[in-house]
Design a protein around this ligand. Sequence first.
Ligand SMILES: O=C(O)c1ccccc1N[C@@H]1O[C@H](COP(=O)(O)O)[C@@H](O)[C@H]1O
Length: 218
Amino acid sequence: MSIPVKICGLSTPESVIAARDGGASHLGFIFFVKSPRHVSPEQARDLVALSGDCQTVAVSVDADDAYLDAIVGTMEPDLLQLHGSESLERVAEVKSRYGLPVMKALAVRGIDDLARAQIYEGHVDLLLLDAKPPKGAELPGGNGVSFDWSLVENLQSQTPILLSGGIDQSNVKEAIALVRDAANGLVGLDLSSGVESAPGVKDMAKIAALLEASKTGA
Ligand SMILES: O=C(O)c1ccccc1N[C@@H]1O[C@H](COP(=O)(O)O)[C@@H](O)[C@H]1O
C-alpha cells in the first residue's frame, strides 16, 4: 500500500515532473530567502502549472500578511505549511484570511517538544514533525537531520501527521514501516534534502527511488 509522500523544496520543472510522475501526493515550494530552495511566487506559479493531481504546498516561516498575500494570490496553493514559530492565534488568522488548510511544522528533539503537538490539535489540518535544527543552522528545516523516531510511539493525535527530517535512502524503509504500523496519527512522509545531490539541487533518480520505496516499502 502506497503512503502519502510530500517532496519539498522543488524549484525546477524537471524536479516537479519527477515528483509528480513518481507518485508524490504533495509538492512543496519554499518561500524563505535564506534557503537554497527558495522560489519567488511567480516561479512557484509556473511550477504549479505542472503539478497535475498533486496537492501544492506553500512553505513559509513566520511570514507576514503581505508576503502570504503575494504567495497565495500568485501561486494559489492547496495547502499552507507554517514552518516557523507561528502561535495558535497566528494559525487561526492565516486560516481565516485565506480559507486554506494549514499544516503546522513542529521542531522535535525530545518528548517535551511532542507535547506541543497537542496544543495545535483541532486547530490545524495537518501536523509535520521535523527535527530541531542543529546549533547555528540558518534554516528551520531542510537540514537533513532526523530526530529520535522512537519518540512518536508516545504520540496520540487525531490530526494527521507527516514525519519529516533527514529521510533518505538509508532510513526510508524504517520511516515507511513507522507510518504503516502507526495507530497514532502518522500518515505519511515529507522529505527534501534526502532527494538532492547538493543543497537545493534535486536528483531525479533519488526522487524516483524514494517514491518507489513508498509504494513497495522495499
Ligand atoms: O528545505 C528548506 O530549505 C526549508 C526552509 C525553510 C523551512 C522549511 C524547509 N524545509 C522543510 O524541512 C523538511 C525537512 O527537510 P529535510 O528532509 O530534512 O531536508 C522539508 O520536508 C521541508 O518541509
